[in-house]
Design a binder for this molecule. Structure first.
Ligand SMILES: NC(=O)c1ccc[n+]([C@@H]2O[C@H](COP(=O)([O-])OP(=O)(O)OC[C@H]3O[C@@H](n4cnc5c(N)ncnc54)[C@H](OP(=O)(O)O)[C@@H]3O)[C@@H](O)[C@H]2O)c1
Length: 166
């Protein structure tokens, strides 16, 4: 099962200055609890955006990067290699965790997208594809709004009705 996990503002904005736009402890907790023990897939910029540019603990980290050389995660050099690596693990839970470039390329292969919607506008430079305008995606669940560090957030799940094979 392949899922993308993301938080997005009202305009589907997800980042600015190679960083997140909001500090959301509840969403961070949800992200950690959902992904721990599983495989996470990300682009080189997202890895560089983490504290100390370190991979996430207690998860298998697969990183798409042309340039980075490191032995603390699995580096793949192009999308073909990334898709092969994901296909090998398709019976496990794989989470696509960003950023913009990687979400866009891998969206057709995701079974579901877990979107935390933030009721704000963060002035994003990087965006997630608008799933409400994508006929392949249907919203199958939406939580009640709740407060997260002064922001109103909702946890939603979208299902891909036209999933492509890797
Ligand atoms: N809101 C959220 O939930 C969320 C989640 C994750 C990230 N973000 C945000 O998203 C932003 C980063 O997104 P982004 O689109 O700039 O970057 P990204 O998708 O994280 O990574 C792009 C990088 O991936 C590698 N790459 C891309 N295409 C490639 C290809 N065809 N072959 C080989 N390598 C390739 C390159 O890495 P190298 O440069 O290493 O070669 C490239 O610089 C940040 O602002 C981050 O905070 C938000």
């Amino acid at each position: 099962m392949i899922k993308a996990i993301v938080h997005a503002d009202k305009e589907w904005g997800i980042g600015r200055g190679n960083d997140m736009m909001f500090s959301l402890p509840k969403d961070m907790k949800f992200f950690r609890e959902t992904t721990v023990g599983h495989t996470v897939v990300m682009g080189g910029n997202t890895l560089r955006s983490f504290p100390g540019a370190k991979p996430l603990k207690n998860r298998v980290n697969i990183v798409l990067s042309r340039g980075q050389v490191r032995d603390d995660c699995i580096i793949v050099r192009d999308y073909d290699a990334l898709k092969k690596e994901m296909k090998r693990r398709e019976n496990e839970e794989i989470y696509v965790i960003g950023g913009g470039a990687v979400y866009k390329e891998l969206l057709p292969y995701c079974d579901e997208v877990l979107v935390t919607k933030v009721d704000a506008i963060g002035g994003a430079e990087v965006f997630f594809p608008n799933l409400d305008e994508n006929p392949n995606f249907v919203c199958i669940s939406e939580s009640e709004p709740q407060d997260d560090n002064g922001y109103r957030i909702r946890f939603t799940t979208y299902r891909n009705t036209n999933k492509q094979s890797l």
